[in-house]
Design a protein around this ligand. Sequence first.
Ligand code: 6PG
Length: 250
Amino acid sequence: MRNPAVFIYADLDELSAQAAARWVALAGQAIAARGWFHVALSGGSTPRHLYERLARAEFAARVDWRRVHIYFGDERCVAPDHPDSNFRMAREALLQHVPIPAAQVHRIETEQGDPRAAAYAYEQTLLRHMPAPHGRVQCDLMLLGLGPDGHTASLFPDTPILNERERLVAAVYVEKLQAWRISMTFPMIDHSRHILVMVAGRDKADVVRQALRGDTRAPRLPVQMIEAEGDVEWYMDRAAAQQLDDGQST
Ligand code: 6PG
């Protein structure tokens, strides 16, 4: 990953407020420039705070939701109302609180039972709805998180999906989770106009240092394998950034 812009905030609350402001700004820029904002949401627990912020009038009122298309960077292979579902989390925290047309929320339909078929179907969804400048599908904003093992989306260490260079979406069996996941792949992530990585918590300090300051000769973490063509920003709280030697706070 080329040198990203790193922003460090006091805590998750401030991080989420700043990320919400960035999200709103990028949405306004995309809609003004191209008429639409195509954004891929990340899952897990960290972004829930961002989504809840975005749902508040102070931010939601500044987004033309009729011009927004929502996608998911990855999904667990569970029903959409399952507690582990990234779609359910986003719906509860954001989507049911804002006037986005239902047809513009593109969830990964994992309940079909065949992860590979669901991945293929989702790739077709991206090809149908996302713009494809120069013939390659591109989202305006890709939100990503970071796991303690350096995974992002569902691109986990030592899994075959890391080698996928053709498909935009793939299914992956994650041994350590004993579970199937569906994830956007590096070709999809790399081509995003803007990537925003959100990381919070002391338990991420080690992997943040490794990802941003680590020995580049060491085996790369999945997050380090991103070769972004657009801008990359890392938004962190102080706890996650505590092992960065030059931890400028913002
Ligand atoms: C998922 C996410 C995953 C997440 C990281 C960090 O579906 O779980 O896409 O990549 O971003 O695991 O998760 P936390 O924010 O919960 O630490």
